[in-house]
Design a binder for this molecule. Structure first.
Ligand code: IMP
Ligand code: MG
Length: 175
C-alpha cells in the first residue's frame, strides 16, 4: 500500500497562527519570563518556532514519555523516559504539545508537572482532535488548529518516525 499525504494545513497558515498565539502568550505571561516544556519528539518543531516568536526571556526543557504495556491493549498509563533537567518550582511554565488525541498523555504529564508547584502552568497545543477525547482534564489554554478524526503527519508529527520534517500538516492515507 502506498502512503499518500493529503495537505491539510499549509506552512504559511502554521507560521501565521504561531505569531498570533505568541502574541496571546506575551499578553498573559506578563512576568517577562517563560519556561517552555516540550514533549518529545512531536512537539519540537512547534516549540522551536513558537520560542522564536516570543519576545521575552525563554527557557526550554524536554520530557519524553512512552506508554506502558503492549500496544494492542493500551493501559493509558505513561512511563517517563526522560524527565525535566531543571526544577520548575515557582516558574511560569507553558507545556507545548503537538496534538491532544485521547488526552491521556497530557493529563498525566500535567499531574507530574503540577506536583512540582510551578507558579503558572498553562498548555499550548498545536493540534486538537476533540472527537477522540477519552479523559477529562485535557484542557488547553492556546491552540493552533482543531483537526478532524484523521491521522495527521508533518511539522513534527510522525507515522512510524516518518514525515516529521514536512513543513506542512497533512492527512495520511493508504492507497
Ligand atoms: P493521547 O494520549 O491519546 O492524547 O496521545 C497523544 C500523542 O499521540 C501525541 O502526542 C502524538 O504523539 C500521538 N498522536 C495522536 N494522534 C496523532 C496523529 O494524528 N498523528 C501523529 N501522532 C498522533
Ligand atoms: Mg506527543
Amino acid at each position: 500500500m502506498n502512503e499518500i499525504i493529503e495537505p491539510l494545513i499549509s506552512e504559511e497558515e502554521i507560521s501565521k497562527r504561531i505569531k498570533e498565539i505568541a502574541k496571546e502568550i506575551m499578553c498573559d505571561f506578563t512576568q517577562g519570563k517563560i519556561t517552555l516544556i516540550c514533549v518529545l519528539k512531536g512537539g519540537v518543531f512547534f516549540m522551536v518556532d513558537l520560542a522564536r516568536s516570543l519576545e521575552m526571556q525563554v527557557e526550554i526543557d524536554f520530557m519524553d514519555v512512552s506508554s506502558y504495556g503492549n500496544s494492542t491493549v493500551s493501559s493509558g498509563q505513561i512511563k517517563i523516559d526522560k524527565d525535566l533537567e531543571n526544577p520548575i518550582t515557582g516558574k511560569d511554565v507553558l507545556l507545548v504539545e503537538d496534538i491532544i488525541d485521547t488526552g491521556q498523555t497530557m493529563v498525566q504529564i500535567l499531574a507530574h508537572l503540577r506536583a512540582q508547584k510551578p507558579n503558572t502552568l498553562k498548555v499550548c497545543t498545536l493540534l486538537d482532535k476533540p472527537e477522540r477525547r477519552k479523559v477529562e482534564g485535557a484542557d488547553f489554554d492556546y491552540i493552533g488548529f482543531t483537526v478532524p478524526d484523521e491521522f495527521v503527519v508533518g511539522y513534527g508529527l510522525d507515522y512510524a518516525q516518518k514525515y516529521r520534517n514536512l513543513p506542512y500538516i497533512g492527512i495520511l492515507r493508504f492507497e
